[in-house]
Ligand binder design. Structure first.
Ligand code: B12
Length: 243
């Protein structure tokens, strides 16, 4: 049995339980708004709750930062996360693997899908200049990368994947308002399942800063990559999954 390891948040001294949270209330800035923020924080378990910052956001809303202690503990032995279950490879190893395993170039299609226009993330993974000191997938000699850019419709994505004979389709979802990232991902998964015979669709990989990386199966895709992902991690995964 794993040993329980309990920790508390750290503010000024070890174990003091101090946390900082921020939120906006639909209340005009003023004493009543600050009282309302303190009340909400107290009911969240922050006691005593200090309103350390409040600022009007337009005429009818106020933004707050609250600081104070919680009594809650974190049991590190009960934490579950999606661990990387494949080895990190160098570009040379990925290229060699593809050449030996596929005996042709791996076709990787990428796009920012739906209404989302945030292309910086998918470009960080695909463009040759890369991200965090690593070259993007365009740098890999054994990959043929097709970057469709922003605001690509789901039918257009499927059509292009078929035309290019894509081995992997990489989609980016940055906007999370009204769970747009989840809805679009489910739409992509459903459209690919419908367009391809069972077990024959390309590998579906989704990325964006606010995804839960352990939710791939629930969303109908093969893998999710979250914030801070580097191109090397994605290339290694593609080699692991497809070769
Ligand atoms: C730059 C930016 C813009 C630029 C985008 C330019 C462009 N060509 O991309 C512009 C000005 C156009 C823009 C517009 C808007 N934006 Co904006 N934008 C940002 C900003 C400041 C930075 C995003 C970014 O580039 N990050 C850097 C990249 C490298 O990080 P990343 O995207 O997380 O990508 C990494 C990982 O997530 C992962 N990854 C991402 N995608 C993929 C895909 C795959 C396959 C893989 C494997 C990995 C992967 O790998 C990347 C590298 O590690 C963020 C705030 C922030 N600080 O994050 C807001 C933000 C994303 N925008 C926001 C909003 C609201 C908007 C607008 C709606 C604003 C408006 N009212 O018009 C519009 C929406 C436009 C649209 N239709 O999508 C909100 C979203 C809020 C939410 N809950 O959804 C944010 C969070 C700002 C905020 N705090 O309110 N925006």
């Amino acid at each position: 049995m794993t040993e329980r390891k309990l920790v508390r948040p750290y503010g000024d001294t070890t174990g003091d339980g101090m946390v900082q949270v921020s939120f906006t209330l639909p209340v005009p800035a003023g004493k009543q708004a600050e009282g309302a923020a303190a009340q909400l924080a107290a009911s969240m378990g922050i006691d005593p709750a200090m309103v350390v910052h409040s600022k009007a956001v337009g005429a009818d809303h106020t933004f707050f930062v609250i600081y104070g202690p919680v009594k809650h503990l974190v049991d590190l032995s009960a934490v579950t996360v999606a661990e990387r279950d494949y080895p990190l490879l160098s570009p040379k190893e990925v290229n060699t693997g593809i050449r030996r395993g596929l005996r042709r170039k791996m076709v990787v299609l990428g796009a920012c899908v739906g209404t989302d226009a945030h292309t910086v993330g998918i470009d960080a993974i695909l463009n040759i200049k890369g991200f965090a000191g690593e070259k993007g997938l365009e740098y890999y000699r054994e990959m043929r990368v097709v970057n469709l850019g922003a605001q690509v419709g789901v039918p257009q994505l499927v059509e292009r994947a078929q035309k290019e004979k894509a081995d992997a389709v990489l989609i980016s979802q940055v906007v999370t308002q009204k769970e747009a990232h989840l809805t679009t991902t489910r739409e992509v998964a459903a459209a690919f399942s419908e367009a391809y015979p069972a077990g024959r669709r390309p590998l579906l990989v989704v990325g964006g800063p606010r995804f839960d990386e352990s939710a791939a199966a629930a969303l109908g895709v093969d893998r999710i990559f979250g914030r801070g992902t580097t191109p090397g991690e994605v290339a290694s995964y593609l080699a692991h999954a497809l070769v």
